[in-house]
Design a protein around this ligand. Structure first.
Ligand SMILES: [Zn+2]
Length: 486
């Protein structure tokens, strides 16, 4: 069981929230007014970002660039079809077997791995995301809080924290709600029927325009309801925050019936992501057994490649590398094309001590999948294993030109500089990684270490000095802002 310490989140949150952008000088209301006024989408985003700081430190946070990039591709494909979506979205997964998905203020949408595994088709998963996207674009959270007439920023933060606590345990949500804004929050946790209907209606439109099977929405919600009946004490969290009424299902059914039937095949990526998550679930032996059984029965559910990929992932976990290589051979024979297959192939080479082989696989894959972060990370890691840190630095520099806010790439660069014995550069890169994750005090600490390193040239030294001044000012500005009462 997890608990998000409410007080620390609120205070931490406010530190971030009340960064300089909230000052009168920038044309935004100060905190006093902000607490009363309806908030802007920009302020909602700040609240969401502050809560994300805590989420990223949660052990359940799924730090898997392949799953994350799949969710973001799917989610942004849907968001692009939402006429109202003028904001950014960020989708993320949490390792949790319960069925849930939730929207945070500011367009941050979380999905439990349990829900991804429970979806019977990609259209079903897309329907949940489309529904959540619609809660965001219709600004339902802000509207809920505005209605309550309480301190607005405080309420929205408390609401966001309560949603997090509710995602796995309703009792904790109640506790968080009590500690925050009182019982009123608990009622707000549940979207109203009107908001649900609106999210369904907008969500269906988004789903249809994105080319998915709109029947996915009703079939998935019916599945959720069935799960709810099966596990009385463990009703999907999703149904608690998105109450599913008979009326809602009927309304959805009517809308869907009037539309032409459309068969939509699942993407290979969807199948591979699910296979990867399944392979990581439970013991390695269980996972191997399950995939072997599916292979034996030829129960491929649309993709033999995904079953073989899942088996290879499970065998890798079990350290049966020869068996995993055999499945990799089968994947090549099937001519399945996906960056996920390349990263697995490289990982298998690495585990067998063949770093040069891994580098070759990823060097070949990179121009074919230039946007795939996992390929780039894998390439840097393989180059480090192959003891080619100079080559690795070159890759990180090229990547950071295109993706300057990639915190993980900055961290990999720090690791590479450290191998090269370049201490100033190491701490400087590590500082950027922390700063991007919102961990400003740690970033300052790293820059102070960089200052003392004494192995940089004049130009590098002055860059460190000016970046340090910038971040210290950011910290000081945050410290001046009022804290929330505990
Ligand atoms: Zn909903």
């Amino acid at each position: 069981m997890k608990f998000y310490p409410l007080a620390s989140t609120l205070i931490l949150g406010f530190g971030i929230l009340s960064a300089p952008a909230l000052s009168v000088a920038d044309g935004l209301p100060d905190l006093g007014e902000a607490a009363q006024a309806e908030f802007s989408p920009a302020m909602e985003r700040r609240i969401g970002e502050s809560v994300m700081l805590d989420i990223r430190r949660d052990p359940a946070w799924l730090d898997d660039p392949e799953v994350t990039s799949y969710l973001n591709r799917l989610g942004n494909r849907l968001a692009a079809q939402s006429a109202e979506a003028r904001q950014e979205f960020e989708f993320f997964a949490l390792r949790d077997t319960t069925l849930n998905a939730f929207a945070m203020p500011g367009g941050f949408i979380g999905v439990h791995t349990g829900l991804i595994l429970a979806a019977a088709s990609e259209s079903e998963l897309a329907s949940v995301l489309a529904h959540e996207i619609s809660h965001v674009t219709q600004r339902h959270l802000a509207r809920l809080v505005n209605k309550s007439g309480q301190g607005q920023v405080t309420s929205l933060l408390a609401l966001a924290v309560a949603i997090l606590a509710a995602r796995s345990s309703p009792d904790l949500a109640m506790g968080a709600a009590m500690a925050g804004q009182g019982a009123a929050i608990q009622n707000q946790l549940n979207y109203s029927r009107d908001f649900e209907r609106e999210a369904d209606r907008f969500g269906l439109g988004v789903l249809e325009r994105s080319g998915f099977d709109i029947r996915g929405m009703s079939s998935f919600f019916e599945r959720l309801q069935k799960f709810g009946r099966l596990y009385e004490n463990n009703a999907p969290g999703y149904l608690r925050t998105h109450p599913l009424t008979t009326e809602r299902l009927a309304d959805m059914g009517n809308r869907i019936q009037s539309r032409p039937y459309r068969q939509v095949a699942d993407s290979l990526e969807f199948q591979l992501v699910r296979a990867k998550l399944r392979a990581q679930d439970g013991t390695p032996r269980d996972a191997v057994t399950e995939f072997e059984a599916r292979l034996k029965d030829r129960s491929f559910a649309g993709s033999e490649a995904a079953v073989r990929y899942g088996l290879a992932q499970a065998q890798l976990r079990e350290r049966n590398l020869a068996a995993a290589e055999k499945q990799m051979g089968e994947l090549r024979r099937l001519k399945a094309v996906s960056p996920m297959i390349e990263t697995l192939a490289a990982q298998l080479r690495l585990k067998q001590g063949d770093a040069a082989g891994a580098v070759k696989i990823l060097r070949d894959a990179q121009p074919r999948f230039p946007q795939e972060r996992a390929i780039a990370y894998g390439l840097v890691e393989s180059l480090l294993e192959a003891r080619q840190p100079q080559q690795a630095i070159k890759v990180t520099e090229d990547e950071l030109l295109n993706y300057p806010s990639d915190a993980k790439m900055h961290a990999l660069q720090a690791q590479t500089w450290s191998l090269l014995g370049r201490r100033l550069q190491q701490h400087r890169a590590q500082a950027e990684s922390y700063a991007l994750l919102g961990q400003v005090p740690q970033a300052v600490e790293q820059l102070e270490l960089a200052q003392k390193a004494g192995d940089g040239n004049f130009y590098e030294q002055s860059q460190v000095d000016s970046r340090l001044r910038e971040l210290k000012k950011r910290l000081a500005d945050e410290a001046k802002q009022p804290k929330l009462p505990k």
